[in-house]
Design a protein around this ligand. Structure first.
Ligand SMILES: CC(C)(COP(=O)(O)OP(=O)(O)OC[C@H]1O[C@@H](n2cnc3c(N)ncnc32)[C@H](O)[C@@H]1OP(=O)(O)O)[C@@H](O)C(=O)NCCC(=O)NCCS
Length: 178
């Protein structure tokens, strides 16, 4: 006898807000992703330095509470596998995408694009006309994903993170109403 059709929910993708209660899991996820993705792009010492600086719970909490930065989670089958964050800049109408990270095994399935489209939609609703981001010049996978989603390189910047660590980045931008 035929079994009734059982939909497979194991890969159901959901994009949901992240609030302060999600920050410990988000910081842990960032550590896993950074330690797999960034070797070869920046040194192991710089990875650890930047994780400690950028993903300390106080730093992330302050971004939500005081800087108007929104965090977003991507869940696959209920598992927290990726996140983005975006927030206002000093220029009215310009939003910055601060973070966009997926576990390596989740790359190449269009989930990064889904996160970027989600942020662009949310930003448009807030009256944003332009989104910008910074990406390491050697991070070709991310640069390709950003190009695929309508971002173009506008300038090169070297950002100083202290203690001799810098990020050699491209700034990329996308006009949301064009
Ligand atoms: C940046 C990042 C989020 C992009 O995610 P991604 O999965 O690599 O990119 P996309 O979501 O655009 O996926 C596109 C790929 O999925 C494939 N794909 C499969 N199903 C798809 C679908 N339904 N829709 C779109 N693309 C799909 C495309 O063919 C493409 O494959 P290709 O890369 O072999 O050409 C991801 O690479 C990442 O987390 N990188 C590490 C962290 C990082 O560097 N972040 C950026 C810091 S600035």
């Amino acid at each position: 006898m035929m079994q009734p059709y059982e939909p497979d929910h194991s890969t159901t993708i959901r994009i949901l807000p992240a609030t302060e209660e999600h920050l410990p899991a988000l910081a842990e996820l960032a550590g896993i992703i950074w330690r797999q993705h960034y070797p070869g792009i920046i040194s192991d010492a710089q990875i650890e330095y930047m994780l400690a600086k950028m993903y300390a719970l106080d730093t992330l909490g302050e971004e939500i509470r005081a800087k108007g930065i929104q965090f977003v989670r991507l869940l696959a089958g209920g598992r927290f596998v990726g996140f983005t964050s975006y927030g206002p800049t000093s220029e009215p109408g310009v939003m910055k995408l601060h973070k966009c990270y997926l576990l390596p095994e989740m790359h190449g399935r269009g989930h990064g694009s889904s996160l970027l489209q989600h942020c662009a939609r949310a930003a448009r609703k807030l009256g944003t006309r332009r989104m910008i981001l910074a990406v390491n010049k050697q991070n070709t996978k991310a640069i390709t994903a950003y190009h695929r989603n309508g971002f173009n390189i506008t300038e090169s910047v070297i950002t100083d993170f202290g203690e001799g660590y810098v990020m050699d980045d491209y700034v990329m931008a996308k006009d949301l109403f064009s």
